[in-house]
Design a binder for this molecule. Structure first.
Ligand code: ACO
Length: 433
């Protein structure tokens, strides 16, 4: 389905303003969402719209992911996230997002095999990692390494070289991620192993050493794969919009994805999963309990927020959080782990969900509330949580970037502003100021 396929409507809205009126056409998406097309607004009226944070602005038409935040719906290419979480795998979902349909058996085999055969990084990357400080956070390391891929693959952009870049990115991302971790703990890099599936390969590169093999527990590998599926796309969120904005200047795929990793790192976005664990640790260390922390999160004079709660789009519940909560229980039970932090998180959730402030502000647990607890149970270090999110979100970023590039409506992203600074004034010589 192309991003242009919107339902036709003859309906429009009438904008009246001092000195005139303008008819603005409407556009209706395949799930009935309606948008007011304002492309003619400035040309005809001299006015622009102002929408900080873009909460009311559509930046594109897209056929990739559908979210209904009020109903708690998330679908990739029409498939419900709960069904994909149960029946699919990360590489199949990656194909679905990027190419638009579920792959046939042979398509998936070829895709998986290409990914397995492009996992190695150029040996020069060793020097790249060595140049970075030992305590470097893995997120900027990943962003820099992905940007550096553009220096290794400088092909002229064609459909073939673009497809090669897509395969290379998905194949090398777990290697880059694991190397960024190994670098931070001073251990030698562990080369990828082509006989392993995507998640198992990543876990082995993280936890094996040249001195000791690491046997991948299939329960862990399946849990990682599920987490990747749940994070694979989320329409026009902050990092995806960043990828599209950068790509709209015709910057290459590696540079655009690197910028998206930077955006994802922020604590209000993907960085929240690390913040959730740090919040739980703080509550435990301070000993004040869940009630006290919930009070602090409500207090506008206190900077604390209940991390992992709230979402710009989901106002009822986040379907990913619901799946993760169940999976969290299952994984911890299978691994025989009792998590005090999970108990504390559940207590926080219980209190918050009954609290007037959280109810009236429509604040519910988001995907990050439980993902950190599972990562921790799986032995993933806290500073790698957002990197896990990066590996998961990669196919979504790629699909959105490709859609943007192929969309004839795409123009370089260049918002306007309402200027509020000084009006014209004369330069004053430095001695007279
Ligand atoms: N704890 C306490 N209060 C909150 C929280 C929270 N987690 N989230 C929002 N609020 C309050 C705000 O203080 C504000 O209150 P007010 O209207 O009385 O001033 C109101 O709810 C609206 O909050 P905004 O920040 O304006 O909402 P926005 O849609 O811009 O932000 C966001 C959404 C960033 C996710 C926010 O809810 C938040 O900071 N949550 C915690 C961080 C987090 O979990 N981020 C992960 C998001 S999911 C993801 O990126 C994968």
């Amino acid at each position: 389905m192309s991003p242009q396929s919107t339902n036709s409507t003859t309906a429009s809205v009438q904008l009246t303003y001092d000195g005139g009126s303008l008819t603005l056409p409407l556009v209706v998406g395949s799930e009935g969402e309606v948008g007011i097309v304002i492309e003619q607004l400035r040309g005809k009226t001299g006015m622009i719209t102002l929408d900080p944070g873009f909460g009311n602005s559509g930046s594109c038409r897209s056929a990739i992911t559908f979210i209904d935040g009020e109903k708690g719906i998330l679908r990739y290419r029409g498939y419900d996230i709960a069904e994909l979480a149960e029946k699919s795998t990360f590489l199949e979902v990656a194909w679905l997002l990027i190419y638009g349909e579920l792959p046939t058996r042979s398509e998936l085999d070829v895709f998986s095999s290409s990914i397995r055969h492009h996992t190695l990084l150029h040996e020069s990357f060793r020097r790249f990692f060595e140049a970075l400080p030992k305590d470097a956070h893995p997120m900027p390391v990943c962003a820099a390494a992905v940007a550096a891929l553009a220096t290794f693959y400088q092909d002229v952009e064609t459909e073939q070289t673009l497809n090669d870049a897509v395969i290379r990115l998905i194949a090398k991302m777990p290697t880059i991620a694991a190397y960024s971790y190994k670098h931070s703990i001073g251990q030698p890099f562990v080369y990828p192993q082509n006989r392993l599936d995507y998640a198992s390969n990543f876990l082995r590169m993280m936890f094996a050493t040249p001195a000791e093999e690491y046997e991948v527990d299939p329960v862990l590998a399946r849990a990682v794969d599920l987490l990747l599926v749940l994070h694979a796309d989320h329409e026009q969120n902050c990092s995806t919009s960043t990828v599209r904005v950068v790509g709209s200047s015709r910057a290459n795929l590696f540079a655009s994805i690197s910028a998206g990793i930077g955006a994802l790192w922020g604590p209000l976005h993907g960085g929240a999963n690390q913040q959730v664990i740090e919040m739980l640790e703080r509550i435990e260390a301070e000993g004040g309990g869940a009630e006290k922390f919930v009070d602090r999160a409500k207090d506008k004079k206190d900077n604390s927020r209940l991390m992992g709660f709230g979402h710009r789009v989901y106002k009822n519940y986040d379907p990913r959080a619901r799946i993760l909560k169940r999976s969290c229980d299952e994984v911890l039970a299978k691994l025989g782990i009792r998590s005090r932090q999970l108990e504390l998180a559940m207590k926080l959730e219980e209190i918050a969900l009954k609290d007037d402030y959280f109810i009236s502000h429509k604040l519910y647990p988001n995907v990050d509330f439980y993902s950190g607890i599972i990562y921790k149970a799986l032995g993933i270090p806290v500073n790698m949580f957002t990197v896990m999110f990066t590996i998961g979100r990669l196919p979504g970023w790629i699909a959105q970037w490709l859609e943007m590039r192929r969309d004839p409506e795409t123009r370089i992203t260049r918002p306007r502003q309402i200027y509020t600074g000084a009006t014209l004034r004369s330069y004053l010589e430095i001695g007279k100021r």
